[in-house]
Design a protein around this ligand. Structure first.
Ligand code: KG4
Ligand code: ZN
Length: 350
């Protein structure tokens, strides 16, 4: 069998992504194009994503982003074998733009359409950089909307949730704490930079759900966010200047400590020896640093895709599409619906 080109379309949140991958006859997946148009700046003054603004931005960005991806890969739409699109989870209106575009391309070109799970795409992104995953691995997905531990036993076969956040996602905690510290949105990058100048042991912020009776694999970040808020308020009441770098470093340490210790606990309990970390927060310097230290101690192989593949993009959707095609999966129906609350176990809409 010859090479097959898989086109991926992503529009679940504030990034319009179009990616193209080549699926080789041996199942190898190679990245050819990864174009992203972000509306993040349009949301910045609101301190979070405004769904209507995101939908409108997807509509405007879809065709130019598609054009750039095709030109970048040096291919034509006619060369494409299959089209994969994020069907969920995500913002309803935003998802609808990508799915409508994908349906139009699939119908006009007579190509198979795969409605896929955004979260499975985040895990698949790693295969574009580090090659195939082992038969069993643990994935920790840390983004603005999700914080989950997933047992992955074949991307196209079985993804099971082992634990997740009971309140805020890790990225959401970064965004909220940035607001408390008067740092811009999205909060991850400025907190990461600020933390580099602070003392991570300065303030002992709480580690959520780490007590003996707590669920070992679930996360909670809302108590941490409240603790930071109280700490900042106390400084202000006392007329003291808020030591922003120390607060950022100590907050970041609490997040990285909890994420890495729970991921390693789960990997050991489930007897898997590979941990993949993906999603926007995987770009965090302390998280990847601490994960590397602790994985090395525990004899676990750590895989963290480069930041560009960690944040939302179309290449990761093309990648999960390629894994489904390689596994011989039937396409999704052309009248498939978007599913804003799609559970992680459903890798493809059938
Ligand atoms: O995966 P993503 O691009 O979008 C989704 O939420 O699906 O993740 C965005 C999140 C934001 O909350 C942002 O603050 C966070 O990832 N983030 C970071 C860093 N870069 C982005 N968090 C911590 N450290 C970073 N360096
Ligand atoms: Zn995402």
């Amino acid at each position: 069998m010859t090479d097959r080109l898989i086109l991926g379309i992503e529009s679940s949140c504030d990034e319009t992504g179009v990616g193209i991958v080549r699926l080789g006859p041996d199942g190898a997946v190679e990245l050819l194009a990864d174009e992203v148009a972000s509306s993040v700046e349009e949301h910045a003054r609101f301190g979070g994503v405004v769904p209507e603004v995101a939908s409108r931005a997807h509509l405007e960005a879809m065709l130019p982003t598609m054009r750039r991806a095709l030109d970048g890969a040096g291919v034509e739409l006619a060369d494409v074998h299959s089209i994969a699109v994020t069907a969920g989870p995500g913002l309803a209106g935003a998802l609808l733009v990508g799915v409508s575009a994908a349906k139009a391309y699939a119908a006009a070109l007579g190509k198979p359409l795969y409605g896929v799970n955004h979260l499975a795409g985040h895990v698949a992104a790693d295969t574009l950089q580090h090659g195939p995953l082992p038969k069993r691995c643990l994935a920790m997905l840390v983004s603005g909307g999700h914080t989950q531990l997933l047992l992955v036993e074949g991307l196209a076969h079985s993804i099971t949730e082992v634990g997740s956040t009971v309140d805020d996602a890790a990225g959401e905690a970064y965004d909220k704490v940035a607001r408390l510290l008067d740092l811009p949105y999205p909060g991850g990058p400025p907190i990461d930079r600020m933390a580099a100048r602070g003392d991570r042991c300065a303030i002992a912020f709480p580690r959520g759900l780490t007590g003996p009776r707590d669920n070992t694999y679930d996360f909670s970040f809302s108590g941490l966010k409240t603790a930071v808020a109280r700490w900042v308020e106390r400084c202000e009441r006392a007329g003291e200047e808020v030591p922003v770098a120390d607060v950022a470093a100590s907050f970041q340490e609490a997040v990285a400590d909890v994420l890495t210790s729970k991921a390693i606990r789960a990997a050991k309990d489930l007897r898997v020896d590979t941990l993949v970390i993906s999603g926007g927060v995987a770009a965090n310097s302390r998280l990847s640093g601490l994960a590397a230290e602790r994985c090395a101690e525990a004899g676990i192989e750590l895989r963290v895709p480069r930041p560009r593949l960690c944040t939302d993009n179309g290449a990761m959707i093309a990648a999960i599409g390629a894994h489904l095609v390689a596994a011989g999966r039937e396409p999704s129906p052309l009248d498939l619906s978007t599913v804003p609350g799609l559970p992680v176990g459903t890798v493809q809409i059938v």
